[in-house]
Design a protein. Sequence first.
Lengths: 484, 108
Amino acid sequence: MLVTLSQLFIGTVDLIAAFLLMFGLWRMASPVTAPAGILVAGVGMAAAIAASFLYVFTVDAAAKPHLVLNSALALAALIIGAGIAWWSGRRVAITAMPQAVALFNGMGGGAAGAIAAAELLGNRAHGATQLVVTLLGALIGAVSLSGSIIAWAKLDRILKQPLRLPGLQIFNAAVLLAAIGLGGYIVMLAGAGTVVPPATEDLIWIFFGVALLYGILMTLPIGGADMPVVISVYNAFTGLAVGLEGFVLQNPALMIAGMLVGAAGLLLTLLMAKSMNRSVARILFSSFGATKKHRQGAIKGSLKPVQASDAGIFMRYAKSVIIIPGYGLAAAQGQGKLYDFVKQLIAAGVHVRFAIHPVAGRMPGQMDVLLAEAGVPYDLIVQLADVNADFSTTDVALVIGANDVVNPDARTDKGSPIYGMPILNADQAKKCYVIKRGEGKGYAGIVNPLFYAPDTYMVYGDAAAVCVEMSEAVRGLGASAAAA
Amino acid sequence: MNFQISVGGFIAVYIFMITAFAGWIIIGRVPAILHTPLMSGSNFVHGIVVVGGLFTLLNAATPSDRFIGFVAVLLGAGNVAGGFAVTQRMLAMFRPSKPRAKHRKARH
């Protein structure tokens, strides 16, 4: 009776939880409803977790004697894991968000992998289908775990250089094939009925080792600017692994939530790849710097440096300004200083907007979050497709710490590595200011003809410092006007 | 009566297919400006794996099972709590030009 009731209750709560998780994501369609959406999803999650403790009434006979110990451990693990993650999630800087997401994502992959390990070692899979699905989930989960950790290390600048060795791709393919082969061998052993636990146990551990190794090797060669794609791929991987293990555990809530995230990750991955004009396969399996060296035509014009204060004053008297922030702004932590400057422009009657390229930053939408943190209202933030036609009627395009996303070569130069990539048409504005640390090239390592265009002026310096200087110049203008 | 859930092979494929479609449509509605919170939000959603971890740990009969289950719950709980904390923090920052009182909730 108690068993039946528990099953009924868990089933009902999981059903409601699955609905609430989907509904929560549905509410993310607008910044107005999104905060309520995540709360709704949170309620669903909390209910599902609380209800899982009713599993104590349904456990196998073999686990019955350990019930008290297991329950205590479960509570401890929940409190420790959630406590540490909550504490760090509350404290992590907004600029460090990509790392945090990568790390939490890896945890999910690891959890899915661990569940698969318990199923495999306990020999609980019923039939070949379940075994194959368990192994597949294990492989994907393990790759997601180790890959996400490497992605985190790269984003956190612990690993600074992408690893590029000749033949690495072939070696990686061999490692992946080895993992798949091991998995196939485990299935064969089980099918032949010769399951000798110690022997397969070793095989299972080797299988996990190889899968983890593949995750590491696959992520090491990928460069910093490709991180938006990598993070979405691993997000999709973890979702997929969770969904597959949900099937193994016969839990539809896990299947639905996992596959939902799998679809979300896939969609974002394709979106990012499209915005970079590169196929997902090329991002994951070849390295950007390794693409063929491209001979660029001679560049006409020269770099024209100007003072930050002059640029600031010019924008003060412009009618319209579109600001194009890039990773350089985030790296300089200049978003708050930039918004101080923008507030002065708005107060002076200038029409200011922020134009965000889909792959600006180190994860999809990172620049939007940074601007939101600085207090920029979301209705001032516009996306590429909505703003690109407006550049030709705009007085000033202000490029801050962005480079490749405003390179006009992407439109015209067929030989350029970034040819075909959608760009923000900063070159069509009447005047263009570019704030840059120095004369270096962008991530793609190519010269940007925009910087040499007749109407483009360079402001050299740290993005945050330049924004302060521009603000002071405009403020000084107001003060002298008041004095006169 | 029996409320044990049993999802056979083909039913599972159907569930996966329908969910993938639903996910594609739900996620397709989200504007680019919210893509980072969306990613951490979906990251939070797959944290439901902790439920599977709890099932594994509560059913553990051997010490190695127990250890693996403990790790699964630990990691899953981290995924849930971290994903939620980060997403909620980010979403609280998005404000319109003319703030309406009800969206002016205090942060934290």
